[in-house]
Design a protein around this ligand. Structure first.
Ligand SMILES: [Zn+2]
Length: 381
């Protein structure tokens, strides 16, 4: 089997790199809808060539296109998940792929256009290895993951209820690690409203919203528990208008992370309690607390899948461990639906979301090999 895959990969190699370069060289910043549509078209072309007809799919909002294969599959299938948007705006000077010392650098190389190529070519090779079998794979590539999958979350949640397991082709970490848990993410915006007054003449008649905000920040800060994976970061604050006016308005923006759903429930309760309790200056507090992504939590099944993947990598003498990360992905939504998720199955690289972003050129090929061998094991079970 190993040799067989090597032979097929050798033949496909130049196509794999060409296809990859073509999709990297089209800007698909999330809000650049023109570019997003162009990459979508290019991906459809690649998938057609590989006989994996992707169809364009929309949410009920119909705001932007996404891609799917295997829409008719309702249960007992494996989900392959990825996104084709990137964080690199069209105005940036980082637009095309270049090869330097075995690295492929470019916008979205690591996060995660390489992962799309890994999933499509793996599927193609598996079809060759199992010509008489219907492969139960359902693919979804969305175009808004980088902004929290606001439009596509609905499709993920309605289309993937019956998945046996979900494989997310986000990048592998710098040493080839796969991702087996991710923190959940919440966001909180707080407005503290006081009362203006001349601060040189009658400050006692004002209500200082900055003071109120500071009190709240101290209390929120005390909720941090890094060891348990709880982060409450008061990361941005804006307030006041001039040196001689008691500030009547202050806004605080808070980033929230947690490792389990139970933590999230308790944390949200604690936060609301703080925000509803009176502050000593008498400022009014308004807030908006939201759950953006539930955590991607390990289960016995996901653990077994990850171990199988790592064992296969090790049998090929390829470094591959597992890692937990604070960043979210669409794997978080699927995990919250009770589906076993293994994430970080794309190529191996580093510096996502920066102009230094790259993948190791070779990893595009050997990650396909690992995934093909991994799926072969699953198909035999
Ligand atoms: Zn990503």
């Amino acid at each position: 089997m190993n040799k067989n895959i090597d032979t097929i990969l050798e033949k496909l190699k130049s196509d794999i790199y060409d296809d990859f370069k073509n999709i990297v060289n089209i800007n698909s910043f999330t809000t650049n809808l023109d570019g997003v549509k162009k990459v979508k078209k290019e991906l459809k072309g690649i998938a057609d060539k590989l006989d994996i007809p992707l169809e364009t799919i929309y949410s009920s909002q119909k705001t932007r296109p996404h891609l799917m294969y295997g829409k008719d599959l309702k249960e007992d299938y494996y989900a392959f998940i990825g996104h084709f948007d990137t964080v690199h705006p069209p105005q940036s000077d980082f637009q095309t792929m270049s090869e330097v010392d075995g690295l492929l650098k470019g916008p979205g190389t690591n996060d995660m256009k390489a992962g799309l190529i890994v999933s499509l070519y793996s599927f193609y090779i598996l079809k060759h290895l199992y010509p008489n079998q219907d492969l139960p794979f359902k693919i979804f590539f969305n175009s808004d993951e980088e902004v929290g999958s606001l439009d596509s979350q609905e499709i993920l949640e309605s289309e993937f209820k019956g998945a046996k397991a979900a494989f997310i082709f986000e990048p592998g970490r710098p040493n080839g690690e796969i991702v087996t848990s991710r923190k959940g993410i919440g966001s909180l915006e707080i407005e503290v409203v006081g009362k203006p007054a001349h601060s040189g003449v009658e400050p006692w008649n004002g209500i200082n919203s900055i003071l109120g905000a500071c009190e709240i920040i101290q209390k929120l800060e005390a909720l941090n528990d890094y060891e348990k994976g709880i982060i409450v970061g008061c990361d941005e604050i804006n307030g006041g208008i001039a040196k001689n006016v008691v500030p009547a308005y202050t806004k605080i923006i808070v980033d929230i992370r947690f490792s389990t759903i139970e933590q999230q429930r308790k944390l949200f309760n604690d936060i609301e309690e703080i925000l509803r309790s009176k502050n000593s200056v008498g400022a009014t507090v308004r807030y908006n607390l939201e759950l953006n992504r539930p955590p991607l939590q390990k289960s016995q099944e996901s653990d077994e899948l990850a171990k199988l993947y790592m064992d296969i990598a090790h049998s090929l003498d390829i470094e591959c461990e597992e890692i937990a990360t604070g960043g979210g992905s669409d794997g978080n939504f699927l995990s919250a639906m009770g589906i076993p998720v293994v994430d970080g199955l794309g190529a191996v690289g580093n510096f996502s979301h920066t102009k230094k972003e790259f993948i190791y050129k070779e990893s595009l090929i050997y990650r396909i090999k690992i995934f093909v061998l991994f799926m072969s094991q699953l198909l035999k079970q």
